[in-house]
Every structure is written in structure tokens, then in C-alpha cells.
Design a protein around this ligand. Structure first.
Ligand SMILES: Nc1ncnc2c1ncn2[C@@H]1O[C@H](COP(=O)(O)OP(=O)(O)O)[C@@H](O)[C@H]1O
Ligand SMILES: [Mg+2]
Length: 341
């Protein structure tokens, strides 16, 4: 079986005429890693994946495969597996024939092809469906066939471009669990594209965040969420409260950011509501504007005395009884949960 590969990109740029789709992308994708490219629509994710695959040539920069230059290596010589948004299965072939196709192209013996197809059908949970054509399979099943076909010849790298975006939410969750298992079982290097923040955080060993063709941050999920490198990353990954700090003070009150001036960012789930000014710790005075009951959680909208909006996510069971819009409150946070942008 082929070994999982390491990929290096140095200074990758891509121009479409005057338009810069990628600018100076430098990163290393480790052997057997599950790397996700995350960013808004048009940020260059697909373009970067196409450059990795060899179907688009970069305008500048170099690519390596296991340390050897592959910048000018043709796509078919790279031999990466690919799964795209449309399933792109051969409609006239059964699931088994679709999966067998790349193996036959490689000239494997009939016995080998059969053994591998059976193995792949089992791996993606399609037992009993192998004889069906794509039109007889659900969207989720078709995407499993596409995954099995791409993984059948044990490619050194699997490239996936928003493979689940056409599936409904429940099915997506299932496919995500499946992806994690397939990644574990195959040990292949996975490069996965999504614009869905939760999907990226749930799946990846590391997340590469793209905006306007530039790499904004590359780090494990927890780090991009809790220690975003900049304001774009902080805001792209979910609700965040941003409080201006001047000389270590927020709205005149000292906080644990000695001498700092800038924007202090705190995730809503790391802030808490207090009815009285806490004796120590970080706090800012605010008025409660709105409460949204969400079951286990309640979402609170506040505005500070200085006019800065704040959102808190609180356990409903922890909220004081009788709390109503208009109340004077304090928003507090533990040291270490705020970070300067
Ligand atoms: N072949 C092309 N010709 C011109 N512009 C392109 C081409 N492919 C992509 N682009 C542009 O490059 C930008 C990035 O596209 P893409 O990589 O598809 O973004 P994403 O996958 O993040 O949504 C977009 O503005 C897109 O319009
Ligand atoms: Mg895309």
C-alpha cells in the first residue's frame, strides 16, 4: 500500500489575469494529517486544492511531495485521490464498478480488484448496495461510493472539496464521523475544504484559514478558536466580544491586561453575568437588552455603559430568577480568557 505523503508549499501564488486568487501561501501538510482549508466563499480554497492536485499550475512558488519538487509534475503522476461536491460517479456503472475503475486502470488482477472492492464497500458501509447504479442510491450513499473510489488504490493524499455540502444536516454529521474513521483506518493525508466552521473544528488535526487568497492562520482547532491570530479569524469562527482597552483599562476600570492598548476579544461562553460588581477579577458594567431562551442555554444581549455590545451564552439553570431586559448587570470573565487582537 502507498505511504501517506507530506506536502510542502512555498510562496504559492495564483493569478487569473489581474486577479490574485492566491498570494504567498507557505505551509507544510504533515504525513497522515487531516488538514482542513476553511474560509468564506471566494477565499481561494478550491484554487489551492487544484494547485495541490496538479490540475492548476501556480503562477509562483514551489510545491514538494515528500521533500521532492513536484511543481511541474502532472496531475496523473501525483496520483492523489479526489472527491468533489458533485459525486461525479459514472452513471452507467454500478457502485462496485465505479470503485473498481481506478484499480482496473492501474492494471490490477481481477482477483485483486474484487478483494479491494469488497474491502472498500465494507469500509464505507455500503454492504448490500454494491450492485446498484448511482441513480438507485441516496446522496449520502453516492458520496460514500465516491469516497470508496478515491481511496480504493490507497492514494498518498486524498483531496476533498466540500464533499458534504449537498447533504442535509443529520447526514452531514454522520458523514463527518465516517470521515474521521476513514482517516484513522487509511492513515492517508487528508486535505479537506469547507466553508463550515463547525465541520472544520470537528474534523481536523489542523485548520488553515483563508481570506482573500491569503493564509490567515494555520493551527489546531482549539488554537484557532481560542487564540485567533487576528480579527478576521476571531470573527469568522463564531460570536466574539471585542472590548477596546486603553492603558490596561476598559471603560475606566482596570482589567488583567496590564498597560495594554488594543482590542480585547472574549468568546461569549467564557463570559458570565453578575448582578453586583465583583470584588476582584475582570468586569465591565452593562445593561441587559435582551434574553433569548434556547433551552439548556440562554443567549443574553448586553450593552456596556460605554456603548459596546456584548453577547453572553449562559446555562439557563445558572441565571438569577426574575432577570429581565433593562436590568443593570456586570459582564465578567476569568483571567486568561481574553486575548488581545
Ligand atoms: N478559472 C478562473 N478564472 C478567473 N477567476 C477565477 C477562476 N477560478 C477561480 N477564480 C476566482 O478566484 C477566487 C477564488 O476562487 P475559489 O478558489 O473557487 O474560492 P473558494 O473555493 O474559497 O470559494 C474567486 O474570486 C473566483 O472567482
Ligand atoms: Mg470552492
Amino acid at each position: 500500500m502507498t505511504q501517506a505523503a507530506e506536502i510542502g508549499a512555498t510562496g504559492i501564488g495564483k493569478q487569473f489575469g489581474q486577479f490574485t486568487a492566491l498570494a504567498d501561501i507557505t505551509l507544510t501538510i504533515a504525513r497522515g494529517e487531516f488538514l482542513t482549508l476553511l474560509g468564506p466563499s471566494g477565499s481561494g480554497k478550491t484554487t489551492f486544492l487544484m494547485v495541490l492536485s496538479g490540475f492548476e499550475a501556480p503562477s509562483s512558488g514551489r510545491l514538494t511531495l515528500n521533500g521532492t519538487d513536484m511543481t511541474d509534475l502532472a496531475a496523473e503522476r501525483r496520483g492523489f485521490g479526489m472527491v468533489f461536491q458533485g459525486y461525479a460517479l459514472f452513471p452507467h456503472m454500478t457502485a462496485e464498478e465505479n470503485i473498481a475503475f481506478p484499480l482496473k486502470v492501474q492494471g490490477r488482477t481481477a482477483a485483486e480488484v474484487k478483494r479491494r472492492v469488497d474491502e472498500m464497500i465494507g469500509m464505507v458501509g455500503l454492504g448490500g448496495h454494491g450492485h446498484k447504479r448511482p441513480s438507485g442510491l441516496s446522496g449520502g450513499q453516492q458520496q460514500r461510493v465516491a469516497l470508496a473510489r478515491a481511496l480504493a488504490y490507497a492514494p498518498p493524499v486524498l483531496l476533498l472539496d466540500e464533499p458534504f455540502s449537498a447533504l442535509d444536516k443529520n447526514l452531514r454529521g454522520q458523514m463527518q464521523d465516517e470521515m474521521r474513521r476513514l482517516h484513522r483506518e487509511t492513515g492517508t493525508t487528508f486535505v479537506f475544504v469547507t466553508h463550515d466552521q463547525e465541520e472544520a473544528l470537528a474534523l481536523s488535526s489542523r485548520v488553515a484559514i483563508f481570506d482573500k487568497g491569503r493564509l490567515q492562520q494555520l493551527a489546531p482547532p482549539r488554537e484557532v478558536y481560542e487564540r485567533p491570530a487576528n480579527r478576521f479569524v476571531a470573527e469568522f469562527l463564531g460570536d466574539i466580544n471585542i472590548l477596546p482597552v486603553k492603558g490596561g483599562r476598559i471603560e475606566g476600570r482596570a482589567v488583567q491586561a496590564p498597560g495594554a492598548t488594543g482590542d480585547l476579544a472574549i468568546r461569549p461562553e467564557y463570559m458570565a453575568l453578575a448582578l453586583a460588581q465583583p470584588e476582584d477579577g475582570n468586569a465591565v458594567a452593562a445593561t441587559l437588552n435582551d434574553l433569548t431562551y434556547l433551552g439548556a442555554e440562554t443567549r443574553l444581549s448586553l450593552v456596556t455603559s460605554g456603548g459596546v455590545p456584548i453577547v453572553l451564552h449562559q446555562q439557563t439553570s445558572d441565571l438569577p430568577a426574575g432577570l429581565a431586559p433593562g436590568a443593570s448587570v456586570w459582564a465578567t470573565w476569568a483571567p486568561g480568557h481574553g486575548f488581545l487582537l
